[in-house]
Design a protein around this ligand. Structure first.
Ligand SMILES: [Ca+2]
Ligand SMILES: [Ca+2]
Length: 329
């Protein structure tokens, strides 16, 4: 809908061991050194980098990405066992190793996606997905104990299914984290559509740093008016998140855009050396119910497009002529 995400936890200050945006991939040809294997399934059961099903996947997906789209090109009734494997990487450069990626798993039809790490000897389980994720969502895993010391490590993404929708992945990053690095990674509430009136503001705080995070200050503003900061305390290891951190509440007016900005500062009482993932900025609207003016002098909304959000909750009726019109919802 009209959720506008700003800098939402994409960190760029770490030391990258592998950073893949798939810009060099095409068709079913992966980046140099990567493997794309159909496994025991039909030879055409491979990952694609040209989005043959025309799937619409949101930012931060951009340009080419990896997708196994069983519904698009593998609806032949035979089982799919398809693997995308990274090139080798040297995990001995740091004691701490983080795996980050953005993905959209379209689940619920018997498909599963599994992420595994190779330490030079064996493949080890990291995570698996079978229910639908957000479109997309970011994942951060501390894989230090799985790859520690390995000079020839790998990560693989293994699809199993049978005409079971699709799995899309982009921005695969393996990096050595900074010692200290916290950030706001998501807005957990309110989720649109929501009713006007007082709503709790809940965010997700993530520790992107190697050191355990025990405290930070979460500041926030509404339409550029700074609100009372929230002092968080707790215990988050590398890659872990505190979900639904309630930092306050706000009385949302009916159907008006509210620009919410949330940021964290002074993790463990020190300056955060990576500001790239500190701040989340979103524009929220409560559901529309009432009479609104679009365009003209003193409008509630300047354009029809911007006024549509939330109106489906009440039903709508557009009257008048542009550039000034009214909408009863
Ligand atoms: Ca990409
Ligand atoms: Ca940070």
């Amino acid at each position: 809908m009209f959720l506008i995400l700003g800098d939402t936890g994409r960190a760029f200050a770490q030391t990258y061991i592998l950073n893949e945006d798939f810009s060099s991939a095409s068709g079913t040809t992966p980046p140099t050194g990567w493997l794309n294997s159909a496994g025991s399934g039909p030879a055409t059961d491979k990952w694609h980098f040209d989005n043959p099903g025309g799937r619409n996947i949101n930012y931060p997906f951009s340009g080419s990405f990896a997708i196994f789209d069983s519904e698009n090109y593998s609806s032949d009734g035979s089982k799919e066992t398809t693997t995308l494997e990274t090139r080798f990487f040297d995990a001995s450069v740091s004691q701490n190793t983080v795996l980050y990626f953005d993905h959209f798993f379209a689940g619920g039809k018997g498909g599963s996606g599994t992420v595994e790490v190779y330490n030079g000897f064996i493949w080890q389980f990291v995570a698996s997905y079978s229910d639908s994720t957000g479109n997309p969502q970011s994942e951060v895993y501390n894989i230090s104990s799985l790859v520690r010391g390995a000079t020839a490590a790998k990560v693989r993404f293994r699809w199993e299914g049978n005409n079971s929708y699709f799995w899309a992945i982009d921005n695969i990053r393996i990096y050595a984290p900074l010692p200290l690095d916290a950030g706001i990674s998501a807005l957990d509430a309110p989720n649109m559509p929501f009713k006007a009136g007082a709503q709790p503001i809940q965010v997700r705080l993530t520790n992107f740093g190697a050191n355990t995070l025990t405290k930070t200050t979460i500041g926030w503003s509404v339409n550029n008016v700074v609100q009372a900061a929230y002092n968080w305390t707790g215990n988050l290891a590398l890659g872990m998140s505190a979900n639904d951190v309630k930092i306050g509440s706000y009385n949302f007016p009916t159907g008006k855009p509210v620009r919410l900005k949330v940021w964290q500062t002074q993790p463990n009482g020190l300056n955060d050396p990576n500001g790239q993932n500190d701040t989340l900025a979103v524009t929220l609207y409560s559901s529309l119910c009432g009479l609104y003016t679009i365009g003209g002098t003193n409008p509630d909304f300047t354009s029809f497009y911007g006024s549509g959000n939330g109106a489906e909750q009440c039903g709508g009726d557009l009257r008048g002529d542009f550039p000034r019109a009214q909408w009863r919802v």
